[in-house]
Design a protein around this ligand. Sequence first.
Ligand code: HEM
Length: 268
Amino acid sequence: MTDESFVSFGEQGAQLTYGSYLRLPQLLDSQHLESDPPAHDELLFITIHQVYELWFKQLLHEVTAARDAMLGGVDGGRLWWAQHLLARVHVIERTLIQQVDVLETMTPQDFLEFRQQLAPASGFQSVQFRELEFMSGAKDSSYLQRFKGITELERQHLDARLAEPTLWDAFLHVLDSSGFATGSDEEVTASLRTVAHDRDQHAVVWALAEALLQHDELAASWRARHVVMVERMIGAKSGTGGSSGATYLRSRLPVQYYPLLWELRSAL
Ligand code: HEM
């Protein structure tokens, strides 16, 4: 082998390394246990939440771009891109649901070794999770009052999301730009029925409606998976965030991002 054979593609500048590109020193120094002496399972608990937050960041990136592509309407020519990104969103969401299995390898008694140190921190305070809900269509400004201890920057992010068009607003624009009436719920339902019954003409609009419904269904699956895991971990105890725990979480199971897409099923 000659020396040249060691010079591979892209190595000429030799500035970047795997670790520096991925900021591994910072990333791998971000798991700090609260328990002392260290509880064995706390690293898993921190890691899984951090992984979720990274995926939430990616989901916000994809959902924002999918929304913008739909806001271009039919004439914008980017509806294929929205479809492509929403398909990716679904795969990430399935990953998020499956990941709960990893955390369930922790037993309730091992969790109790460090649980008391966590209050009042809670997944309830996940700003990115709430941003995703807002972007998807479930805007509820009362969460801003209920959030305690979030930073000014996080509050600004939430305010901005409340003011932005949602995926549903963008989908209505797609319908509108395809010549359909969207002035009232009744008009939207009538338009959706036409789309559903004439897929030869409206294949892309129908595909986007189905992609949104899939996103909604996967969010519901996550909520259902999370609450069952919570019951397994803490039973009927209240949450570290101060809610009634599983009772609060069960009250959120009926949330639907796109009720008109669900009602359409009955109207077909
Ligand atoms: C041992 C594991 C877990 C337990 C016992 C647990 C428990 C709870 C409880 C009781 C709540 C209600 C709010 C409260 O009073 O604290 C909650 C909310 C929440 N948790 Fe978890 N959780 C666990 C793991 C996770 C993980 C891994 C995530 C991933 C990010 C997560 C995300 C959330 C979110 C986003 C909420 C707010 C849900 C909503 O408002 O609908 N949780 N959790």
